[in-house]
Design a protein around this ligand. Sequence first.
Ligand SMILES: [Zn+2]
Length: 406
Amino acid sequence: MVAAIVALSLTSTFGAQVVITNDPNTTIRNAASDGAERVCVLPARIPLWAVDKQGKWFKVQLHPALSGWVFEDSVKATGQHEQPAKAVVGKIDTGLWEGGEKLVLPMSRAAAFRIIPRMNPSHLAVQVFDSALDSAACGETKGRYLLSNIKPSTPGAGWTQVDLDVKAPALLGYMAHYEDGKSLVVEVKEGLADSRVEGKIICLDPGHGGPDSGAIGSGGTMEKTVNLAVGKRTAELLRRAGAEVVMTHDTDRQVGPEGCNQAQELEARVQVGIKAGADLFLSIHNNCAGGNCSIGGTEAYYYSAFSKPLAADILDAVSYALGSKRRWVNPAVFHILRCTDCPRALVECLYISNPAEEQEMAKPQFVERAAEGIIGGIRQYLEYAAGTSKGQPRGSAPIPAGAAGP
Ligand SMILES: [Zn+2]
């Protein structure tokens, strides 16, 4: 009863006010907890209408039917108690950027947003919260070559949505930011010119490194050592096939600045791929099941739906190459996978916590097979992404021996 009264008094004393995001990756969640589902992730300098505060979490009203929670350290309270006027979306435009085509939504002010990708056909829904469409926004917007069927709408009170089709066999990435503080720009990547490995920019991230050993097997094998060996051999074979390979690190070290925390370390790795303009990003790991030494096999993970085909192809090819149990391809909220700049996957080749698999990792052919499997998966994915797959069912086809090529 005492707790209820305290909670009530906290609620009643909070004066609704504007808070502004000050973290470039401000996460809005559907409950006041770190583990709660993400509603959207916002850049810095977005005003939000906070209507409550519980503990260290602000409750923000994104639109009349959608609220979320943001951790107090991610925002700055302004003390401004007047709700800002809705963001008004003006004449929608398109333009070019070096990687494809962009959608430009000029607005009266920055507002919270999220982008929902769909596949087959490739499509994006750009949702802008706490906004309304100006009559100019409703005029026709023509795409240049990549974007088409650009349709603004007001699906509910207090928010707007712009739907667009992407003319490419597969969605290969998109990034959004505000320009001049109030024009929302969504850069969409164009399709692949062909399915060849040659000329593709591939970012490889051997998991862990430096002070972070990753998992350690009962035989003393450190995960970081195995991941790095597989990553380096994969890079070598890919380069031989003509790919431009960028590694987050090719020596046993951490990637982020000295003394950085784990999130900063992972973000430093994400940034390596973004700066390189990678066509795809793959993080290479080996798994650990704690004290359960009987679990073994290969797994792959992705976050954005458009990255699933990459993860599925890597899983198929790696488990085939290693002759391991094909466990699953699952979505996961790993930091390294969340950015939507390009398809991103994480592969867990084998279980280091399984003594038989740990011994397997010590054999010289393991690194070779894992690398060939990864490259086979990348080749299969590129066929899919370029729209040149031979029609075999996706996510189940075995890779013929030697598919890794020269
Ligand atoms: Zn790991």
